[in-house]
Write a new protein. Structure first.
Length: 487
């Protein structure tokens, strides 16, 4: 019957095609052109649709491959460290950490570490105590924070576990709100569990997506399952599983809890007492057993996590180092600009265009951030900065004048002090704007363009001017006094 039905469909399609062709033959020749164009457009649309459907599944695979390719390696972290050393940066702790990771390459972990996340009152602690009732608990305070992690040690034969009870999040919060040092500590562990006690919420999804990005085994746990009927469990299983990150198993558990039991005494009277229920964590233990058999894979994932943490720590340290060094460079050139502006009749904005101070500051910042800048680009940047500074001159002079009035006799120390301080504010604002833009490009957050710098420059020219002018004045008078004392 199936073969006959297929043949019948083929015959009908053939008959329809011949009938259409016969009718088209009777039409004038000019009618063929729009007809063929219409057929071509429809065919192209169908072909494009099939191509998108074909590529849809592959695009996710390609994205995952690109993500894997962009993960840092020990070599890439060392290369980043060497590049930073050229500007005077040093990080012995990171280098020691990289050496330690290299020394442990290929070794399987002897103890598996499991992190338990979840909202407050989902039963994380009782779940852990149900798994290992007689476990020894250790409380760790994470360095750099006030967060505490309760660690439960368990050993049976070859199975050596550390179950870490992470601080719970509040109702509408995800794990992203937890202390960063605490999250980094959890990233060093082998397995991550996320515990819920009801249907999945938006913050639960956010937490699971973040934990899934850690590229380690992730287990979703629906605790207190005894509160739901069999039908409700099926609905929860279907709904939660549909939104979990790919490859994340969902496990139902029942942590032990106190329950009230009524009993009849010998004299016929009733009495109640509290008993601890046994709970049911068999399904979760089975998942752990399955994962435990992949110790080699767990060791590699933990090693990659350590490399990524080292890379992130190094990037932050380099960013902080460059930020501090950039501020020092800008401050030095702002002070030079103040002394250069003391002899000028105006605030000396022409020096920003042609003077060696502007050139020197931009080149020094470019060298610090490893960004080569051509002199032509510097001239263009400084020209635009001149125009921007002129629109703020009145305000800068007013602020500088008020600050100078607060220091009687400052004009004796600094000739043309008002103009000099205004000139220093221009350099300080421009230097900090350029440093911010360069830092953004290095971190991949923005692109270094004149427009980007001018936007930041404009914001700096209106930011906390009085405090910055006072700081520049104190620094300038201090340097002048020191020079006079030396003479």
């Amino acid at each position: 019957m199936t073969v006959a039905a297929v043949c019948l469909v083929i015959f009908q399609i053939t008959d329809l095609g011949l009938s259409i062709y016969e009718r088209i033959q009777r039409l004038p020749a000019w009618w063929w052109i729009p007809y063929l164009l219409l057929i071509s457009m429809i065919s192209a649309a169908i072909g494009w649709l099939f191509w998108k459907i074909y590529r849809f599944g592959k695009s996710e695979t390609i994205a995952k491959k690109e993500e894997i390719l962009t993960r840092p390696t020990i070599d890439s972290v060392r290369e980043k460290l060497e590049d930073a050393r050229e500007s005077g940066f040093s990080a012995l702790a990171i280098e020691t950490q990289l050496n330690s990771i290299e020394a442990e390459t290929g070794e399987e972990p002897r103890r598996l570490e499991i992190a338990f996340f979840g909202k407050i009152s989902t039963g994380k602690s009782s779940l852990i105590r149900t798994i290992i009732p007689d476990a020894k608990v250790e409380v760790s305070i994470i360095g750099g924070s006030t967060a505490e992690i309760e660690r439960y040690q368990y050993r049976l034969g070859n199975l050596d576990l550390t179950l870490s009870d992470m601080p719970g999040t509040h109702l509408a919060q995800s794990v992203a709100h937890l202390d960063s040092e605490l999250l980094n500590d959890a990233r060093r562990m082998h397995i991550v569990c996320y515990v819920m006690d009801q249907d999945i919420t938006a913050s639960d999804k956010e937490s699971l997506e973040l934990l899934h990005k850690w590229n380690k085994p992730l287990v979703a746990v629906l605790n207190k399952a005894n509160r739901y009927s069999a039908q409700d469990r099926e609905l929860l299983q279907a709904h939660i599983s549909a939104v979990l990150p790919a490859g994340t198993p969902l496990v139902f558990t029942e942590s032990s809890y106190l329950r009230t039991v009524n009993k009849v005494l010998a004299d016929g009277s009733m009495a109640s007492e509290e008993r601890m229920s046994k709970g049911n964590v068999a399904a979760l233990l089975q998942v752990f057993a399955d994962i435990e058999g992949r110790r080699g894979e767990l060791g590699e994932k933990q090693r990659q996590a350590l490399i990524e943490l080292a890379d992130e720590t190094l990037s932050k340290q380099i960013a902080d180092f460059r930020s501090d060094r950039a501020k020092a460079i800008v401050k030095a050139y702002a002070q030079k600009a103040i002394f250069g502006g003391m002899a000028a009749v105006g605030p000396g904005t022409d020096v920003i265009i042609q003077g060696y101070l502007g050139m020197g500051m931009v080149k020094s910042l470019g060298k610090l951030y490893g960004i080569p800048i051509k002199e032509v680009d510097i001239q263009t940047l400084l020209t635009e900065a001149t125009g921007k500074a002129k629109t703020h001159i009145t305000l800068l002079l007013a602020v500088a004048g008020n600050i100078c009035k607060a220091f009687p006799g400052v004009g004796t120390v600094l000739g043309g002090a008002t103009h000099a301080i205004a000139y220093g504010l221009i350099f300080d604002s421009l230097g900090l704007a350029i440093a911010d833009a360069m830092a953004g490009q290095v971190q991949g957050q923005s692109t270094l363009t004149a427009a980007e710098v001018m936007q930041k420059f404009d914001a700096r020219l209106a930011d906390n001017l009085e405090q910055r002018a006072l700081s520049l004045l104190k620094s300038a008078t201090s340097n002048t006094s020191n020079n006079n004392n030396q003479l």
